[in-house]
Design a protein around this ligand. Structure first.
Ligand code: GUN
Ligand code: FE
Length: 437
């Protein structure tokens, strides 16, 4: 149904290009069965939402007066969804030579301490959204710093751009520098106030954010578990089982817990809507418990190779039916681009003996991540009713990619070189809520 504003003119417009719609989860159906592809397709957008997707000729007939934007042979896709990032680490991406614990102490904490200055937070939030939008990411879930102002900076910037965006105040009350430490009570109070201030405003979502078990006391984990119980409508994000040294540290700090997963479980921080970053070195018991609890696992492959963390078991976890998202983990991750992130996911899976299909990679970066965020009916799919966060992807954006995709006989063969070799040059256009940015 075409809606009209009070002057009787429709705001509806059409984007033309190849279209790709996932109709199912390509890890469970065959990759080919989960997809609808139109070589000459169109997407109709009205009032920030997708109202129709189909063959261009059909949509032009249905909406004869609608203005057209022709993206030629570019692929129209949902914008990418980055399920785990640290926007405050934008300026320390690609910092050399450390593993997780030393990397945090050496590079991350000093930079995060600078976010006590709201002007710095504002500068970096602007830079972060400039970089991620250029890379085709239209929704990110970010950790902020312990400073409430760092949450305000992120949400103010996202709101000004009309983005669907999620974030939360990072909470740490032990094993962190004094300047980056809160308390159990202040973490609860600040998180609650920020949640009430921002959650559900325009397209913004608050996320309860204990950094990870080593930097939260039992009292803080308990307080944040209580806050989540009071607000089950928000997500909870943290880190889980990224490096062996970290896991051994957690075992020392929480000897009463069965394992790392159990630390969160004991404090009500495991359940549907929990985003567990990394989740690499899991015992069979932890896998079963995470599955039973309905938590989402977030794979951060460029980070896992860059910091030397390990190889996520995509095959085993996807087969077992875990909800899995894909993420950059900026700035432990080494790229703002979800294309590069898909490439790294492919490489990590190859090192474990699995070849991820391009459909599975693209799904992870869009609908899969959206589902992990409980936004699977809202963003991440090119279908009527979904929010119109759309990118046009040039499948011949560099000479090296163009010469390879020129030989392609299928969509997947045409897309895979861009997955493996593409960057922000492949992102020809970005629409946020139906508006080109
Ligand atoms: N574990 C706790 N904090 C962090 C972080 O900032 N980045 C990564 N990669 N892992 C973490
Ligand atoms: Fe992280």
């Amino acid at each position: 149904m075409v809606r009209h504003d009070q002057h009787g003119t429709s705001n509806l417009h059409l984007l033309l290009g190849q279209t790709l719609t996932f109709t199912g989860d390509p890890f469970h159906t065959g990759p080919q069965d989960a997809v609808r592809h139109e070589t000459q397709g169109a997407v109709a957008i009205d009032e920030g939402r997708i109202v129709a997707v189909g063959p261009a000729d059909n949509l032009k007939t249905t909406y004869p007066d609608a203005p057209l934007t022709d993206h030629g042979e570019a692929l129209l896709s949902p914008g990418f969804v980055d399920a785990h990032a640290h926007y405050p680490q934008t300026a320390i991406i690609a910092s050399w030579g450390k593993r997780l614990i030393d990397w945090l102490g050496h590079y991350t904490f000093p930079e995060e301490a600078r976010f006590a200055d709201p002007a710095h937070a504002g500068t970096i939030a602007r830079r972060y959204f400039d970089l991620t939008l250029a890379a085709g990411t239209t929704t990110a879930v970010s950790f902020a710093t312990i400073h409430p102002e760092s949450v305000d900076a992120y949400f103010n910037e996202a709101r000004a751009r009309g983005l669907r965006a999620l974030a939360g105040k990072t909470c740490m009350d032990q094993n962190a520098p004094h300047a980056l430490s809160d308390t159990a009570a202040s973490a609860y109070d600040d998180s609650k106030r920020l949640l009430e201030k921002w959650h559900g405003i325009d397209r913004l979502g608050y996320v309860i954010t204990p950094r990870f078990a080593p930097t939260s006391s039992r009292e803080q984990l308990e307080a944040l578990g209580a806050l989540w119980a009071e607000h089950p409508e928000v997500l909870m994000q943290t880190h889980l089982s990224e490096q062996h040294e970290e896991i051994a540290w957690v075992a020392e700090l929480f000897p009463e817990a069965r394992d790392y997963t159990d630390v969160y479980d004991r404090f009500g921080l495991l359940g549907e809507g929990a985003l567990m970053g990394h989740a690499i070195h899991l015992s069979p018991r932890e896998r079963d418990r995470l599955k039973e609890a309905g938590a989402s696992l977030v794979h951060c492959p460029t980070s896992n190779t860059f910091i030397g963390s390990g190889l996520f078991d995509m095959e085993g976890l996807a087969k077992a039916g875990h909800r899995i998202g894909l993420a950059t983990d900026i700035g432990g991750g080494s790229s703002f681009s979800m294309l590069r992130t898909m490439a790294a996911a492919y490489e990590v899976a190859q090192l474990r003996g699995m070849a991820l299909h391009p459909a599975q990679l693209w799904w992870l970066a869009t609908a899969g991540s959206a589902r992990a965020l409980r936004l699977g009916q809202t963003i991440g799919t090119l279908a009527p009713g979904y929010e119109a966060d759309i990118i046009a992807v040039d499948l011949a954006s560099t000479p090296a990619i163009a010469q390879r995709s020129a030989r392609a006989e299928t969509l997947w063969e045409a897309l895979f070189p861009t997955i493996m070799m593409g960057d922000d040059r492949a992102i020809a256009a970005v629409y946020v809520g139906g508006n080109r940015v």
